[in-house]
Design a protein. Structure first.
Length: 353
């Protein structure tokens, strides 16, 4: 039961990244500057690698929009990979161009290399790296930006922040942790928080397991590369008592209010009108300058893991990607609940509630 559907394609060093979004209503204003600003946010953050200096991501809209508004038809987004210029032969689709340049055969621990090479029967691990790389999160952020533009029409907005990087708990400490890890040829992960405000009550449902909003959000955020845990609301719930954790309900002028939001805005798989608060843990970046021990997939002999230009830490970018993922889930829920072929119809249904 998906209304906001999208597919993405594209390799890390291929020509471009593409997304087709299906299910957007007609007459949604598409602010391309906003999409590009979101792409810029994803490229930022302390501890990023050389790739971010090469790419300055901007989106091109190839279909589904006319004079700044959606037509109700599928919207196609494209982001060009500037680095493709240097990889044209290596990433060629033409069998005549076959080359072993940039091929590698030593699995990188923490990456898709080993399982991917077995699954897809590949000996050049480049064929695994190219799609498993987090480069594809650029187009996912572009799709999320369109979802955010849609949500904005209903007054729903999102933001995110970094809670922790290594042992650092504030910006100064984040930078110090990253500098230290980098100097030692090492990497870092961290913890982020994403918050969405102004939600209507009743997005998602308790009536069936796959309609629970918390389940859908958890899946969406867990699928961000390197995210290893997702929690909704107070992530210290495991050590709290019921009397302390559950958010008591009050009424003010006939309106339901809460003094706390430990539930993170979701009860019984539905939005309860409070802010949706999600935290996620990102593991340390798996590509290390000081390589980890591994095995060569051709010789089966011990070998040092392949190194390729990489981030030391991408926790800030991870927060932006997670924010985009949640936007897509919420856009889908708004479409399911309020229905309609055009923005006017959806907003009318929304105001009627
Ligand atoms: C925004 C972002 C940037 C990333 N950059 C890198 C990177 O430069 N080098 C790297 O080894 N992993 C990077 N990762 C993490 C890997 O893509 C990820 O750990 C790997 O694909 C294995 O997937 P898994 O961790 O989800 O199991 C990044 C992840 C995100 C979200």
């Amino acid at each position: 039961m998906e209304k906001f559907r999208f597919l993405t394609s594209g390799e890390s060093h291929g020509k471009c990244l593409t997304a087709i979004i299906e299910g957007l209503p007609a007459n949604l204003e598409i602010d391309i500057d906003f999409i590009n600003a979101e792409l810029k946010r994803r490229q930022g953050g302390y501890g990023r690698g050389g790739r971010m200096k090469i790419e300055s991501d901007t989106v091109e809209i190839m279909s589904g929009v006319r004079f700044g508004k959606t037509l109700g038809s599928p919207v196609t987004l494209v982001i060009k990979n500037n680095d493709f210029e240097n990889w044209q032969k290596i990433m060629s689709t033409n069998p005549k161009d076959i080359t072993s340049e940039k091929a590698f055969t030593t699995y990188r621990p923490g990456h898709a290399d080993y399982a991917g090479s077995v699954k897809y029967h590949q000996k050049d691990l480049r064929n695994i790296l190219e799609r498993s790389s987090a480069r594809k999160t650029a187009i996912e952020v572009a799709v999320g930006a369109v979802a955010k533009l849609f949500l904005k029409q209903f007054g729903i907005t999102g933001s995110s922040k970094v809670l922790q990087i290594g042992n650092g708990k504030n910006e100064e400490e984040f930078h110090a942790e990253i500098d230290k890890a980098k100097a030692e040829g090492d990497t870092l992960g961290g913890k982020v928080q994403i918050e969405y405000e102004n939600l209507p009550v009743g997005l998602g449902s308790y009536v069936h397991w796959d309609r629970k909003l918390d389940g859908r959000i958890a899946q969406a955020v867990m699928s961000v590369p390197a995210v290893k845990s997702v929690s909704i609301g107070n992530h210290h719930a495991y050590k709290m008592r019921g009397s302390e954790y559950h958010d008591e309900i009050f009424a003010e002028d006939g309106k339901i209010t809460r003094k706390t939001n430990n539930a993170g805005g979701i009860e019984g798989g539905m939005s309860n009108g409070e802010n949706i608060v999600v935290t996620a843990v990102m593991k340390p970046i798996p590509t290390l300058v000081k390589p980890l021990q591994s095995v060569d997939c051709v010789t089966c002999l011990p070998s040092e893991a392949h190194f390729e230009r990489s981030d030391t830490c991408a926790v800030e970018a991870c927060a932006v990607v997670a924010e985009a993922r949640i936007a897509c889930v919420l856009a889908n829920e708004i479409l399911l609940k309020y229905g309609g072929d055009c923005m006017e119809e959806l907003l009318k249904n929304f105001r009627l509630q």
